[in-house]
Design a protein around this ligand. Sequence first.
Ligand code: GLN
Length: 615
Amino acid sequence: MLLMGPTDTETEVGNMKKMKYVLVTGGVVSGLGKGVTASSIGLLLKACGLRVTCIKIDPYLNNDAGTMSPFEHGEVFVLDDGGEVDLDLGNYERFLDVKLTRDNNITTGKIYQFVLDKERKGDYLGKTVQVVPHITDAIQEWIERVAMIPVDGKEGPADVCVIELGGTIGDIESMPFIEALGQFSCRVGAGNFCLIHVSLVPVLNVVGEQKTKPTQHSVRGLRGLGLAPNILACRSTTALDDNVKEKLSQFCNVSAEHIITLYDVPNIWHIPLLLRDQKAHEAIFKVLNLPSVTKEPSLKEWTTRAEICDKLHEPVRICIVGKYTGLSDTYLSILKALLHASVACGKKLFVDWVPASDLEDMAEKENPDAYKAAWKLLKSADGVVVPGGFGDRGVQGKILAAKHARENRIPYLGICLGMQIAVIEFARSVLGLKDANSTEFDPNTRSPCVIFMPEGSKTHMGGTMRLGSRRTYFQAPDSKSVKLYGNRSFIDERHRHRFEVNPDMVAQLENGGLSFTGKDETGQRMEIVELPDHPYYIGVQFHPEFKSRPGKPCALFLGLIAAACGELDGVLGEKVECEIVNCPSNKKVYQNGFATKPENIIRDSVYSYCNGVHS
Ligand code: GLN
């Protein structure tokens, strides 16, 4: 029924390579780690020598994640092309070391907008425009088009496209996508489409029995919608018993070798290894009719890193002073970047979340316990991060945190709003401009040290965000930032902001002791600010966290962690551009900047895979 398309040999006519698709769906409950599973599958295939791209489908109506509250949905991930997308695309970029485009994130909003625009143009020639076939066709065409875009820096399309369908099977919103994907499996034909269903096998505490019924039901639901799973990836606390696998196999019509358990592991780097150990790649190749891929997955670095990570014990405490500290996903890429850096430094990361408003004077009166707790955490931190943000809630608390870090010589990294905060604090405390502010928070301030500087229209707020990759040119050869970035003359980092340091106040701020060590090509936009006589006090207008990768930790986070551990000199003295070295012994992490043991090169971040809890 589903696998009725042309055979593989038929489709490879004229040596035209046919794209292979791996669809990842989720059942039973949300939050199973479908994104991490899909990324790990991609990584496993890449480790077998295939080129992999990916698409995330989010069945919500928003056009993109740009307008969504980080409280609800976690961080908005920003791509090179300025796409504001679901945070799962961050996982893909980090695991696969690729650069995705905004079109790699499909939403219901995007598809409907595309179809409705066509309808307005009269492209449907008077036909009734319907979910089937118009929406479903648009979905399939979108997938086929985007799958062809190379994302790994090489030419030509990838070999495999991993598609993750967000949400849980049975959601109303995902119906058109399920329908489209059912049709798509026929369209691309047998041997070119593999469906992996991620499900849950709960263990009942009383009897300790692994229960298969929820998975049976969700597979039945999937089949009822016209999709048959080829592989089941079952989340459970422990490995599935053989008889449980047998039962699942019988009731779900999936052979027992195609049933994988994703049991709880101490950090997510183990997930690709779990998949490899259970030969998920072989099952996928069988379904995708790829007998010629015989290369065993090379995951040596991942294995080493996963093991080293479990053993880290020397702590580094970083305090994140933010607005949305209730949900750690809000600052997911920052957490990953901190982890990449701390693992590279051989340190175990502890993150203390401090709600910025708890540091404010008002909190002392209204909520003294929270106030005391917040200050206690801030004072015990080895390093402070003030992340990006919008709106004035907690701004005063962030200013106090920046002041505390500056005066007490605690390493500080301010990102986007965190950079603007550092400048405002400096103008107030050092230059004595008591009402210095950003016009975002006080449009009438007499000392507007941060102002609205749109790249386009000055009158229209809509579409005025400076988004995506922009170039920063280093200004001072002896600055910490340029050294951390390996003495390059420029860097390209991702942006997402409207306001910027007021160029008319730069001279005054520099006379006071601040140093703007990175600027855009016009010299008008301040990109990096530093306090040269502070152990580590850096603010950046961009978001370097989005490009931090396993094994290639972001230079500025590496600097922060190294400074927080008192090891910055070692890092600055070396060529940090090279891959970062970790000694499992935890003794001396940086040895002249080059790997002494190649197997110890560290890539990626660590989180507990279970329940999204950070380890
Ligand atoms: N709200 C600030 C601006 O628009 C900072 C944005 C951010 O931190 N991403 O410039």
